[in-house]
Write a protein that binds this ligand. Structure first.
Ligand code: HEM
Length: 125
């Protein structure tokens, strides 16, 4: 379960943040001017093939998984361990009540800086 939860966080990273540039700087040849906004796409970082083997595959027993779903650095999510606990309880309780299920149609997702599935058509016995 712990590796599956980390993999769901990596593969479906729900949160993207932004920052305002304080001082002009260059990263990889790209200039960032003071006052500009920069999107920190943690979801894209988490699918970086240089960081993760088979980055687009959801591998629930992935051994190495240094994902950035909770951000990086000084503003890293303070609720990360509560979030992990909540996810674990939710998945465990779902599987207890609905052990057999399958997708019956396309999943649709919300857009924006906090995202998640909006339609998840399932069938179960
Ligand atoms: C799956 C659930 C969650 C995800 C994916 C998530 C993700 C994130 C991300 C990406 C950041 C921004 C990091 C940055 O700006 O560098 C953040 C910040 C934060 N999160 Fe979460 N979070 C989750 C749940 C929670 C929960 C349950 C709490 C509190 C009970 C929480 C409290 C916070 C707070 C207070 C910050 C701001 C920290 C700061 O600016 O110093 N988060 N979170």
């Amino acid at each position: 379960m712990p590796t599956a939860i980390e993999e769901f966080l990596r593969a479906y990273s729900p949160v993207t943040m932004a920052r305002e540039v304080a001082n002009e700087t260059q990263i990889n040849g790209c200039t960032f001017k003071a006052g500009e906004m920069v999107l920190l796409s943690f979801p894209a970082a988490n699918r970086d093939p240089e960081m993760f083997a088979d980055a687009d595959k959801v591998i629930i027993d992935r051994k190495e998984n240094r994902h950035a779903a909770f951000g990086l650095g000084i503003h890293r999510c303070v609720g990360s361990n509560l979030a992990r606990l909540e996810m674990t309880v939710a998945v465990e309780e779902f599987l207890k009540r609905i052990p057999e299920f399958r997708l019956t149609g396309p999943v649709t997702w919300s857009e924006g800086s906090v995202r998640g599935p909006r339609k998840l058509p399932l069938t179960f016995a």
